[in-house]
Design a binder for this molecule. Structure first.
Ligand code: MG
Ligand code: MG
Length: 249
């Protein structure tokens, strides 16, 4: 599963250098598909539930499930790229939100807090804790900063299928829900909004936008419980290397 996750990590790292003003989402999708196949893996999303693309590219008010189109990125855009891959029968699935050019300060803050919320959730993924401990940690961090926590979409178990039980909400109560056990693998993925957490699906049957049109951020890791502790199978290191930034930037 780590190998499948790292196929996605390397693909996001390759894309990190390409997400800039004027770049065309549909072109990034083609590049990602080729790069995943070069690594001996297959795209994880393409064809699944009828998904027409390798990447889901969600710009600004699109929270998740944006289909890669032909509108070039502009300075000020925030671009979430979600990518899946299958290797040796196992899925990897992770996501990062990139900045294009000059992004408004409150939107930059949204991205930072969403990424922090992801790690706050991951810290709670220990044997003996409960699912609600992860959910609560994510929700608390986002709401403490005045941001919205999307309710209609959640994280999930991952393995031989992209989406397995249990669902992993980004909101919930400490000490509630299923007990976390050794060997569990989850895709933890906070979807956090600048304004209201309410979302709507567009008529294409995929794109999920904020109702108020304000931007959203989405960061996702695949995480396993190993020796009772959370071990992150995916990595943002390839992205940081491509962008020339450190983990805390
Ligand atoms: Mg994903
Ligand atoms: Mg996912």
């Amino acid at each position: 599963m780590r190998q499948a996750a790292l196929v996605v990590s390397r693909t996001l790292g390759m894309l990190a250098a390409e997400v800039k003003e004027g770049a065309i989402p549909a072109k990034l999708d083609e590049m990602a598909e080729a790069y995943i196949r070069e690594q001996g893996a297959e795209p994880g999303f393409l064809g699944l539930y009828g998904c027409p693309s390798t990447l889901l590219i969600s710009v600004n008010e699109t929270v998740v499930h944006g289909l890669p189109g032909n509108r070039p990125f502009e300075s000020g855009d925030v671009v979430s790229i979600d990518c899946g891959a299958v290797l040796n029968g196992y899925y990897g699935d992770h996501a990062y939100t990139f900045e294009v050019g000059e992004v408004a300060p409150e939107t930059k803050k949204l991205l930072q807090v969403t990424k922090e919320a992801l790690y706050k959730g991951i810290e709670q993924m220990k044997a003996g804790n409960r699912l609600g401990d992860i959910s609560y940690a994510i929700q608390k961090h986002a709401e403490d900063h005045g941001f919205g926590v999307v309710r209609d979409l959640v994280g999930h178990g991952i393995g031989k299928k992209l989406h397995e039980d249990p669902q992993v909400p980004n909101f919930g109560k400490k000490g509630w829900g299923k007990k976390l056990k050794e060997g569990l693998v989850l895709a933890i993925e906070p979807m956090i909004t600048l304004g209201s957490y309410r979302v709507k699906q567009l008529k294409d049957g995929w794109t999920i936008n904020t109702v108020d049109g304000k931007p959203a951020a989405h960061f996702e890791h695949d995480v396993a419980i190993v020796n009772g502790q959370p071990e992150i199978l995916s990595t943002f290191d390839y992205i940081y290397e491509a962008l020339g930034i450190t983990a805390n930037a």
